[in-house]
Design a binder for this molecule. Structure first.
Ligand code: GLU
Ligand code: ZN
Length: 298
């Protein structure tokens, strides 16, 4: 069934347990799964549970349950970011002692009016790491990459981003740091995820360079949004993926990704829909757009 085989391909799905999976998560999971399996690659699952205060009780179990009911099979053991703190701490300490990162004690109030771009107030203050956020210094350079769907994308880190947080003041590690370390540690070669993360990628490219880690390939699928343009998420009460809807929602996700479906599949099991998708996967058909309004999808 597999058209070509590339056992060196390693992909992953990395949900955050702040809520249930919804249709937008399904589109991202399906794209990364089909992209991996269509070349005989591995597909890993990582729980991005970095932020306990924002975790929804029961979400981890519900996510695993939904993935299984929708027919997804992952390789190896589930990795949890909550079990990786030692690895993150080592890197933060190293960047700090090399002067590549520094401690920032600015309050939210002090940073108002800078539009989220840190103005470097603490760059040369020499604060100690205790009770401070840790920010990595960014160079005044463009970081660009060729996305497999979205094309060339770049940001000037100094102008568009500023020195960014890798460990929060409350001691929690930042997504930007954890995702780079874990993708490298797990040997991920191909990152397929939602386009809301496109503008995180240049920061991640910079961390990869700084830490001497390989740069994976990237494919950002359109973000599914509400008719009014809002991101689909729990704050907009998008429905959780229910088991009885698995086949129709998988078919809808396939069509959202530009892939063909067939009427005969309406009675298929989720696993059969996935196998159909693997056999015919063509990433070149994914719409080259950052968002798609859910209401307009068939
Ligand atoms: N955990 C992130 C999310 O659920 C995805 C991270 C990634 O794929 O790089 O939005
Ligand atoms: Zn500061």
């Amino acid at each position: 069934m597999t058209v070509s085989s590339n056992p060196s391909y390693i992909g992953r799905f990395a949900p955050t347990p702040s809520g249930h999976l919804h249709f937008g998560s399904l589109v991202a999971a399906l794209a990364s799964y089909l992209d991996a399996r269509s070349v005989g690659g591995r597909w890993l699952l990582r729980m991005e549970d970095l932020d306990p205060p924002r975790e929804m009780p029961g979400a981890q179990g519900a996510i695993l349950d939904a993935l299984q009911r929708y027919g997804f099979e992952w390789d190896g053991e589930l990795v949890r970011q909550s079990e990786r703190h030692d690895a993150y701490a080592q890197v933060v300490d190293r960047l700090f002692s090399l002067g590549l990162a520094y401690a920032c004690t600015c309050s939210r109030k002090q940073l108002e009016g800078y539009h989220g771009i840190y103005p470097g107030l603490c760059r040369n203050a020499g604060h100690s790491m205790e009770n401070a956020a840790i920010r990595v210094r960014v160079p005044e350079l463009m970081y660009s990459f060729e996305d497999r769907v979205q094309g060339l994308f770049g940001q000037h880190l100094g102008r568009d981003v500023g020195d960014f947080v890798i460990r929060r003041r409350d001691g929690l590690y930042a997504y930007q740091l954890a995702v780079v370390l874990d993708d490298a540690w797990q040997g991920v070669t191909d990152i397929v995820r939602g386009a809301d993360l496109l503008d995180s990628t240049p920061r991640q490219l910079y961390l990869q360079e700084l830490l001497g880690l390989p740069q994976p390939r990237y494919l950002h699928v359109p973000l599914i949004v509400q008719p009014d343009g809002h991101k689909l998420g729990k704050s907009y009460r998008s429905p959780p993926l229910t088991a009885d809807q698995a086949t129709p929602l998988l078919l809808r996700a396939l069509r959202t990704l530009g892939q063909a479906t067939d009427d005969s599949l309406t009675l298929a099991t989720p696993r059969e829909v996935l196998d159909w998708g693997i056999a015919r996967w063509n990433a070149g058909l994914i719409p080259r757009t950052l968002t798609l309004a859910e209401a307009q999808l068939r």
